[in-house]
Design a protein around this ligand. Structure first.
Ligand SMILES: *Cc1c(COP(=O)(O)O)cnc(C)c1O
Length: 682
């Protein structure tokens, strides 16, 4: 039974000025605002010592070489403009491919404006205004996820912006690695310096009685608390230097992992657990941080392409028995390929359970895509919407699991979120939030007392010292800041834009059965993964075919029509999509059989190891649609873009069916006679 979405009556008018629009509908608005601020910038320049004589002579423009340089500049800019016309039209609802869409005007304009001033968010001296904005935005994200941001309570969260999700993930793992090894360094440094630390109130034992395994398994809040206590004992500068130098003797950050483990390490190499759907940035992180990809263990996913928490539990149980240290567990909130949501709540539960048994791990949530889904459940007053309230504006969303996962984000240790994805901002801006700010301070080893007074608080603004990147655009921070002032991160503002994207996929789902029936004489089509959010995948098998290899070939042939292809003018594309693969190795046998059957494929042709290339495949190819454009189901009298897309898809399916090798396999006379035939199996 389908529930009528309540908000369909809601006018989208309020959000109409927020995008340039597929047709450039808001060009006048954009032009007038931008012109005003460009002009202001030049007034600002002129008003800095207005009585200085101009460095560029006003008569220069009559000089021939001035003119030649000008024409050269114009020529190159025209060439650039011509090249850019071949760009991918992300802005248009006919673009349903990757995670990009029309841009959010307040942010876009803020960014263009700020570029002229060119602030650098590396340090207070280079970008104090925009660093304040960046840290404010970090705080807003922290609050969105439910972290404490009040300095008076421990732990206090801290977040900042990065160039993207990849860097955010790498930085998070870098910090988590430091945080995990700090307990060991503290245990040994306090011995060496003959210093006694008070027992942490949440710790069963004093740090001085712990072995290496116990030191490594200290929960972050406790080990960081000990670190703070230790650093606070250094009251003079020379003491502080001694403390730091002693700690460094026992830290992989100074020794390098190789020397560190040769010299001290008595336990096994720590591993990182990621779901098999994890983004490839995790592989980069493992390589860069010297862990090696061998230490990155993949947790299987279930039929919903969510991390299989029972499998995770089995791996953790083994780790406990064999004393394999777990550096971190990563969950994905909005997988890149399917938009699916890992059961963060179950991972949190397992953290608690294993922690009590002495096996601790911090949790990082890679919400590069899905971080903004939290706006759907966050009220203006900062409280969570109940499940019933959250479900009101949708037919299917959120599932119980999705709701539970997102409302447990406050329990995890760090989160990646990408404003340049579902924040609808120009590329070059990601973000990372840490539940415990101290985690970012141990890298730099700034003595804790430095952060305790107001003057020094500002020194935390010298961002470059605490984060992975150095020089970074203040313009990106301005973009996120202005966006979140115009459209705050709660369900009545940003949440409405994100909700529109979810409704796109619900509309798709609602019209999918009719589409399936309509083309059943030609092909079988399935959604191999039930959408958790706003990504939809489709796999297609032409009628009478039972081989996975041929079905993949067929879906791939369809994809040629939807693919960005530099060989053809982009204007000739009806619709643009993307593609993905479901690997057999990521599926259980039962799940693989179910998928094959649904598509009338012989299960024996969907295999883990291909022996017969003509018929077998170790993956299922799928069309992938990211439905984030806010105007996809905006009805302009009659059909919307999903109706039109499905119609188009039906046409190209018939067309491809008439080409080789499909025409031989599928007997086109059946089609041309218009007679419907039932699929042979299933
Ligand atoms: C996009 C994405 C990333 C990488 O982010 P970039 O901004 O492209 O560097 C990481 N994880 C997930 C889940 C993503 O969707």
């Amino acid at each position: 039974m389908q529930k009528e979405p309540k908000n369909t009556q809601d006018s989208k008018k309020w959000m109409e000025p927020l995008f340039a629009g597929p047709y450039g509908e808001n060009n006048d608005l954009f032009e007038s605002v931008i012109l005003e601020h460009f002009r202001e910038h030049f007034y600002w320049r002129r008003n800095f010592h207005p009585s200085d004589l101009p460095a560029i002579d006003t008569a220069s423009e009559y000089d021939q070489s001035y003119q030649l340089t000008t024409s050269r500049m114009k020529r190159e800019l025209h060439k650039l403009s011509a090249k850019l016309k071949h760009s991918v039209p992300f802005f248009h609802p006919r673009y349903m491919g990757h995670m990009a869409s029309d841009l959010f005007l307040p942010g876009l304009i803020a960014q263009m404006m700020t570029l002229l001033y060119n602030p650098n968010n590396v340090s207070n001296e280079a970008g104090s205004e925009t660093i304040d904005m960046e840290l404010k935005v970090g705080e807003q994200f922290a609050q969105l996820f439910g972290f404490n941001t009040d300095e008076k309570h421990y732990p206090c969260a801290w977040g900042h912006l990065t160039s993207g999700g990849t860097v955010a993930n790498i930085e998070a793992l870098w910090n988590l690695r430091s945080g995990r090894f700090i307990g060991f360094a503290l245990g040994h440094s306090t011995d060496e310096l003959k210093i006694k630390l008070n027992k942490h109130k949440k710790s069963a034992k004093s740090i001085h009685e712990m072995n290496d395994w116990e030191l490594f398994n200290l929960p972050l809040d406790i080990s960081l608390g000990y670190w703070q206590q230790f650093m606070q004992l250094a009251t003079t500068e020379s003491q502080q230097q001694l403390f730091e130098a002693t700690l460094n003797k026992y830290r992989p950050e100074s020794l390098g992992l190789a020397t560190f483990s040769q010299r001290y390490w008595t336990i096994k190499s720590p591993i990182v657990l990621v779901p098999s759907t994890a983004h490839y940035s995790w592989k980069k992180a493992a390589q860069l941080l010297g862990l090696g990809t061998e230490q990155m263990v993949k947790v299987p996913v279930d039929r919903h392409m969510r991390m299989d928490y029972e499998a995770l539990e089995r791996i953790l149980q083994q780790a406990l028995v064999k004393q394999i240290p777990i550096l971190a567990v990563v969950s994905v909130l909005g997988t890149t390929e399917f938009g699916t949501i890992d059961p963060v709540h179950e991972v949190v539960r397992l953290q608690q359970y294993f922690s009590e048994k002495g096996l601790y791990f911090p949790i990082h949530v890679d919400a590069a895509w899905g971080g903004y889904f939290a706006t759907l459940f966050r009220k203006e007053n900062g409280k969570n919407l109940s499940f019933a309230e959250a479900s009101q504006s949708f037919s299917y969303f959120p599932s119980k699991e999705t709701y539970a996962a997102i409302t447990h984000l406050d329990k995890v240790d760090s989160i990646t979120v990408d404003p340049h994805k579902l924040g609808y901002l120009p590329f070059g801006v990601g973000g990372v939030v840490f539940r415990n700010k101290l985690l970012c301070q141990i890298q730099e080893q700034k003595a804790a007392y430095v952060f305790d007074n107001r003057h020094a608080e500002k020194s935390f603004n010298d961002l470059g010292q605490f984060i992975l990147e150095g020089s970074k655009p203040g313009a990106a921070a301005a973009a996120v800041y202005v966006s979140q002032q115009v459209t705050p991160l709660h369900n009545k503002a940003m949440g409405k834009i994100v909700a529109a994207s979810i409704r796109n996929s619900e509309y798709f789902t609602d019209h999918f059965d009719a589409f399936k029936n309509k083309i059943s004489a030609y092909a079988q089509v399935i959604m191999p993964v039930e959408p958790d959010t706003n990504l939809v995948t489709l796999s297609i098998n032409p009628i009478n075919n039972h081989s996975m290899a041929i079905a993949n070939q067929f879906t791939r042939a369809i994809y040629q029509f939807l693919k960005v292809n530099p060989q053809r003018p982009v204007q000739t594309a009806e619709f643009l999509g993307s593609s993905t693969k479901l690997f057999r190795s990521n599926l259980t046998r039962a799940e693989a059989t179910r998928l094959a059957m649904e598509l009338s494929i012989d299960g024996k042709t969907f295999v883990e190891k291909v022996e017969d290339e003509k018929n077998q495949a170790d993956f299922m190819f799928a069309l992938r649609h990211t439905l984030m454009n806010p105007w996809i189901i905006q009805n302009q009298k009659g059909k919307n873009y999903i109706d039109m897309y499905l119609e188009y898809l039906g046409e190209i399916i018939q067309q491809v069916l008439l080409t080789e090798p499909f025409v031989s396999v599928c007997k086109p006379e059946v089609m041309t006679s218009g007679k419907k035939i039932k699929s042979a199996s299933g």
